[in-house]
Design a protein around this ligand. Sequence first.
Ligand SMILES: [Zn+2]
Length: 201
Amino acid sequence: MKQVENNPDFVDISKYPHVYIDLRYAGINNFMGVDLYGPIYGSSGKVFLHKDAAVKLRKAVKFLEKQKPGWSFLIFDALRPRSVQWLMWDKVKDTPQRKYVANPAIGSPHNYGMALDIGLTDGKHGEVDMGTGFDSFTPIAEPRLEKKYLKMGKLTKQQEANRLVLRRVMTKAGFLQLSHEWWHYNALPEPEIRKKYKIVE
Ligand SMILES: [Zn+2]
């Protein structure tokens, strides 16, 4: 991670106000069941984003403070080196889950530090209920199917409302919601990211 730590294009977001870090790949509470970040980040507690994405996160924090005083963001993932992307890909490439993991040959927006996996905490009861957990890899997690699952009673009105709080402040700050993961936001359209930025290996 020296490539990132000494590079002014990348910033550590772990000390931002109203931003709590819950990096799931830095423990075993993830779909891999393996600590993927330990060997890379060590115990520094740092979490990196490209500065162009970090500016938008700071804006989102301001919007959230206004809309839901006392609430904070929960960061599940931010910059993810491509070496980790390969480990994930090897696990899912021959399974139905492969559509949830970007092929490392092309790269994920996370590999550029231009994507965030993000949720909310309300300051009282902890993590805000979005209907599924992070990385659930099920159709209920897909924003494009929300209306369908609402009708079927598999998603409650409150869960949908909670997702909309997140979506409103993130998109107002300039992020784009991915259609099959409620937690994933890109800082720019993917083609633009690939054209303008570099992958962190
Ligand atoms: Zn993501």
